[in-house]
Design a protein around this ligand. Structure first.
Ligand code: FES
Length: 147
């Protein structure tokens, strides 16, 4: 993917008109991840049916424009996916779907990937199941970012 230095039209669209804002009552799984460096926090709610398909996804993000846009796109991407497919939604996939992010904003997209993982972890714990390849979630994304 070529490097971008400013926000794409898709990022601006998802920032100004974010999809799936809000919360799900009695969610199958909820995941919250923060970034201590910038103080931003993202929470993703998932509604997963008995066939392990994500029926709905919502988010609440207290963060920068890129964090809002990546939450919006991540919740769009995760809907309709099985839990195993949902696990494979990387921050790169979210960025690609948004036509890229400026390099200084790449870490914001990691919040989206991790918040989905945290919500899947919560779902797996509540239901006593194991999702292969899913690692315990981090509370702060800095634990995953190489410094
Ligand atoms: Fe904090 Fe974007 S600057 S998530």
């Amino acid at each position: 993917m070529s490097q971008v230095t400013e926000y794409s039209e898709k990022v601006m669209d998802h920032f100004s008109n974010p999809r799936n804002v809000g919360e799900i009552e009695n969610p199958s799984g909820v995941g919250t991840v923060g970034n201590a460096k910038c103080g931003d926090i993202m929470r993703i709610y998932l509604d997963i049916d008995e066939n392990q398909i994500v029926q709905d996804a919502k988010f609440k993000t207290f963060g920068c424009g890129a964090a809002v846009a990546t939450s919006s796109m991540a919740t769009e991407l995760v809907k309709g996916k099985s839990v195993n497919e949902a696990l494979k939604i990387t921050n790169k996939a979210v960025m690609e779907a948004l036509d890229g992010l400026p390099p200084v904003k790449v870490h914001c997209s990691l919040l989206a990937e991790e918040a989905i993982h945290a919500a899947l972890w919560d779902y797996a714990e509540k239901n006593g199941i194991t999702i292969e390849g899913l690692e315990p979630p981090v509370k702060d994304i800095e634990e995953k970012v190489e410094v």
